[in-house]
Design a protein around this ligand. Structure first.
Ligand SMILES: [Zn+2]
Length: 241
């Protein structure tokens, strides 16, 4: 069965004119979305489990969803992590490694920039159902870099995360969803097992595990629109899975 891989960034109570609304979800809406998944029998699984299901031809009626969070903002630790813990849901979290304990300096408007989680927080969540992946070192568009630097962003970010966490790191999220054929080769060479993009459709057994599509959940999504997105029917925004 095809699986929606949801992409979130910030989840907070407030937003202002500097908030990037496509990358923001209100806390109350997020809780309602998780409640919907729980009460409607969704299994929240990991990318590795989805790939295993595809390989083993598991095609039962159980609906499944994968949760992913890019950028490792402080709001993940303060808001999302306790909620996921309450529901017992696993999630993938992608970290821009050179910005750990700093802020999202890649965002152009200084007032849009937000704090990024520190090492201790990453270690804590990694022990509690959160799978940490690389979001490269600096959150630069990979295809804009020379091959040497592209490789360094991919390889060093993984190594640093592994040394901080004491576990192997095999998941990647492309900054800005940006990659090309050369990037895909580097990602495979470095040894990543999965890599997520911003291509908007459901994840199915024919997709390359190094260019996994994801569905954006945004500030504009009502619960009805969220349900349409996870069910894969045409929504008010024209999205089609
Ligand atoms: Zn990002």
């Amino acid at each position: 069965m095809d699986i929606p891989v949801l992409i979130y960034h910030q989840v907070t109570d407030d937003s202002d004119e500097y908030t990037i609304t496509d990358c923001h979800c209100y806390t109350n809406n997020f809780i309602k979305q998780m409640e919907y998944l729980k009460s409607n029998g969704y299994a929240i699984i990991t990318l590795a489990q989805a790939i295993d299901n595809f390989k083993n031809n598991i095609n039962d009626a159980q609906p499944r969803v994968i949760l992913t969070f890019d950028d490792a903002f402080q709001s993940f630790f303060e808001v999302v992590y306790p909620i996921l813990n309450n529901f017992g849901f696993p999630a993938h979290l992608y970290v821009p490694v050179h910005r750990i304990g700093g802020y999202s300096s890649w965002m152009k408007k200084p007032k849009s920039q937000k704090n990024i989680m520190n090492i201790e927080q990453l270690q804590e969540v990694s022990h509690n159902n959160i799978i940490i992946g690389s979001h490269t070192l600096t959150h630069t568009k990979l295809t804009h870099l020379e091959p040497f630097h592209q490789l360094k962003e991919l390889e060093l970010s993984r190594k640093i995360l592994e040394s901080y966490l004491g576990t192997s790191v095999s998941d990647l999220s492309y900054p800005h969803g940006d990659f090309d054929e050369k990037t895909l080769k580097f990602v495979a060479d470095v040894g990543y097992k999965t890599a997520v993009t911003c291509n908007s459709k459901f994840f199915n057994r024919y997709d390359d595990s190094l260019s996994i599509p994801r569905i954006y959940i945004t500030q504009q999504d009502t619960l009805e629109m969220f349900i349409s997105k996870v069910q894969g029917v045409k929504s008010l925004t024209g999205f089609v899975a």
